[in-house]
Design a protein around this ligand. Structure first.
Ligand code: SF4
Length: 429
């Protein structure tokens, strides 16, 4: 009886315009864009149905393990550039756009951007701290926005993880502003050693339900960037525990739970490898995904984002190389392959700090979502059905042969403790 409860909660708490846009722009619009994605794929053309755009690098927090240049001079994609990207993607069937940063609510023209695309749908990845009642009310009137607010732990852990004071309370104030204004609102957590026991619990999800939250998304901490903090990364057993918990809670609680790393059979996948999503950095660089900070193309190129991405041999090679070597995360499991791909294409370091290659070279291979033999299929029919049609590997791993997977060579740097000494501090997203 989960579905009727989820629908009832949404009808009772969300603004009618937000509900209408969620059904038409997000539900029907995105379903259509995935169908178009699959049709293109059949003719060998890859343009992601889910575009993630980091609209600026600036942020008011300094989180552990963040790979964004939040402490560097402000870089932001100009509004007209963003409109060109969204219009071109929209003309090719896309309706969903993920807006990231830095902190997207530090982008002054954020509302102007959303106003100009009324039939699209925007998921804003935010720490929630800059969302006032007035801002939330503006978003309610537009209706085509869902804030996904990141909460990283208890008050103490939040201050520690996010490098600020009173972090949790300020974030909760933003969350309540969204809920009080009837926005469909989600809470995301990047699970790591310092918060998994606090936040990977049914009690925590029940608290979110009581507060009025509509969905949740558990990411798993990616030890990348200038301050890698490998000690925060989860073990394979913990990664398996996260998967089991999500599958169980989906069949038990009236709260939608998102994930982007498993299909309906519980097989691991990488959304970059399947081509369903790619990323654009705050400087407009076209990147395979947010943590692969190398690029050959600009999203602001006059050809338009569609041509730029479908013609990119760099993206193609990244997808295909990853698909042959793992169903998991090529960055975590095979940083050596990331390095060789970048060198093969003479790709540019798309960070502002220009230390992306030394960061990759300092990484030692580690496990990710792909734990062979530990597949946990979806329990609830709705997730099984939705994923079997709209979110699976789309045949990307047809050439993947687990028996042929070679263990990643230990990088020179991994023998020393260089991982924690790359010269830059940053925040997480
Ligand atoms: S490469 Fe890793 S971080 Fe990037 S989309 Fe794939 S699994 Fe996620």
């Amino acid at each position: 009886m989960i579905i009727p409860q989820i629908v009832y909660r949404a009808l009772k708490t969300a603004d009618p315009e937000c509900l209408r846009k969620a059904v038409f722009n997000l539900g029907i619009g995105t379903a259509r864009s995935v169908v178009k994605f699959k049709q293109r794929m059949k003719r060998g053309e890859y343009f992601p149905a889910f575009l993630y755009i980091s609209i600026l690098n600036s942020c008011n927090l300094r989180c552990q393990g963040c790979w964004v240049d939040v402490d560097k001079p402000r870089e932001a994609i100009p509004l007209d550039g963003l409109n060109r990207i969204i219009n071109d993607a929209r003309e090719n069937g896309n309706r969903f756009f993920g807006l990231l940063g830095g902190e997207p609510f530090m982008y002054p023209e954020l509302i102007d951007l959303i106003v100009q695309h009324p039939d699209c749908y925007f998921q804003i990845f935010t720490n929630g701290q800059l969302i006032t009642d007035k801002k939330a009310n503006q978003l309610r009137q537009l209706g085509n926005v869902t804030p996904l607010i990141s909460i990283e732990g208890s008050e103490i852990v939040s201050n520690e993880r996010r490098g600020g004071k009173d972090v949790l309370n300020r974030t909760l104030r933003g969350l309540d502003a969204c809920l009080n204004n009837g926005l469909l609102t989600g809470v995301a957590t990047s699970l790591c050693q310092s918060n998994i026991d606090d936040l990977l619990r049914e009690e925590w999800l029940s608290k979110l339900i009581d507060r009025g939250v509509h969905y949740a998304w558990y990411h798993t901490y990616r030890p990348v960037g200038p301050q890698i903090n490998p000690q925060l990364a989860l073990t394979p057993e913990q990664l398996r525990r996260v998967r089991q918990f999500v599958v169980d809670m989906r069949a038990k609680l009236p709260l939608l739970l998102i994930d982007s790393y498993y299909d309906h059979k519980g097989q691991a996948l990488c959304p970059m490898t399947t081509g369903i999503s790619h990323h654009i950095s705050p400087t407009g660089a076209v990147e395979p995904c947010p943590i692969i900070q190398f690029s050959r193309e600009s999203a602001l190129d006059s050809r338009g984002i569609y041509k730029t991405m479908t013609k990119s041999s760099f993206l193609k090679d990244f997808r295909e190389t990853a698909a042959k070597n793992t169903r998991g995360c090529i960055v975590l499991e095979r940083p050596d392959l990331v390095q060789s791909l970048v060198e093969r294409h003479d790709a540019e370091d798309s960070t502002i700090r220009k230390t992306a290659m030394s960061e990759i070279q300092s990484m030692s291979p580690r496990p990710s979502q792909y734990i062979p033999g530990e597949e946990i299929p979806e329990k609830h029919w709705m997730y099984r059905l939705a994923k079997s049609i709209f979110f699976n590997d789309f045949g990307a791993y047809s050439e993947f042969d687990p028996s042929k997977v070679v263990a990643a060579p230990a990088s020179e740097a991994s023998n020393s403790d260089s991982e924690s000494s790359v010269d830059d501090s940053n925040a997480t997203v």
